[in-house]
Design a protein around this ligand. Structure first.
Ligand SMILES: Cc1cc2nc3c(=O)[nH]c(=O)nc-3n(C[C@H](O)[C@H](O)[C@H](O)COP(=O)(O)O)c2cc1C
Length: 173
């Protein structure tokens, strides 16, 4: 059984991005087990002075979960023309540990518009050497229902193809 670590870029309780993570899990099927990062809010602010061998235990655990996963799903909204600060913070903690190096990552930006966050997450994941399969879903809230079923056929078809690319990267690992 392949292990997937999921990071939702939204800390909101009723998050559209969390629904998309659920939808992707359903589409992936039973050969995959998914572990969600419990909360972005538990990760302390990045500080290079703490980025040592004895970094905060919660950061150590985050890095281990990424390293041990066969793949990572990140689904995020855009805030003020960029990535949410709490998600960027998590990604900053993974730079020195190279946790994402060669890691298959499915990156979704599910937002009202989202173009800037989409470009930003691709740039960041590329520089930390992840194998990226990415998709932008504008008007994201209207395209998924409360049961995490994607109701927009074009989005669903595109997502199936993005998932196929992600699975392909995991199989070539
Ligand atoms: C503070 C704030 C800033 C936002 N800025 C943007 C933005 O710049 N671009 C955009 O597409 N959506 C923006 N949004 C809208 C959210 O991205 C959108 O509501 C998204 O669906 C929220 O996802 P979530 O339900 O997973 O939190 C913003 C929302 C908030 C709360």
């Amino acid at each position: 059984m392949k292990k997937i670590f999921a990071i939702c870029g939204s800390t909101k309780l009723a998050s559209t991005n969390q629904l998309y993570i659920t939808a992707i899990t359903d589409l992936l099927g039973t050969a995959y087990t998914l572990i969600n990062l419990s909360s972005l809010a538990d990760i302390p602010h990045f500080n290079p002075d703490l980025d040592t061998k004895e970094c905060p235990p919660v950061v150590e655990s985050l890095r281990d979960q990424i390293k041990l996963a066969d793949g990572v799903i990140i689904s995020t909204p855009e805030y003020a023309m960029g990535l949410p600060g709490s998600l960027k913070n998590v990604l900053d903690w993974t730079v020195s540990s190279a946790s994402f190096s060669q890691k298959p990552v499915l990156a979704l930006v599910a937002s009202s518009q989202g173009e800037k966050a989409y470009q930003s997450i691709i740039d960041i994941l590329t520089v930390i050497e992840a194998c990226v399969s990415a998709q932008l879903i504008p008007f994201a809230k209207a395209k998924i229902n409360a049961d995490a079923v994607i109701v927009d056929t074009e989005t669903l078809a595109e997502l199936k193809s993005t998932i196929q690319s992600f699975v392909g990267h995991m199989e070539n690992e």
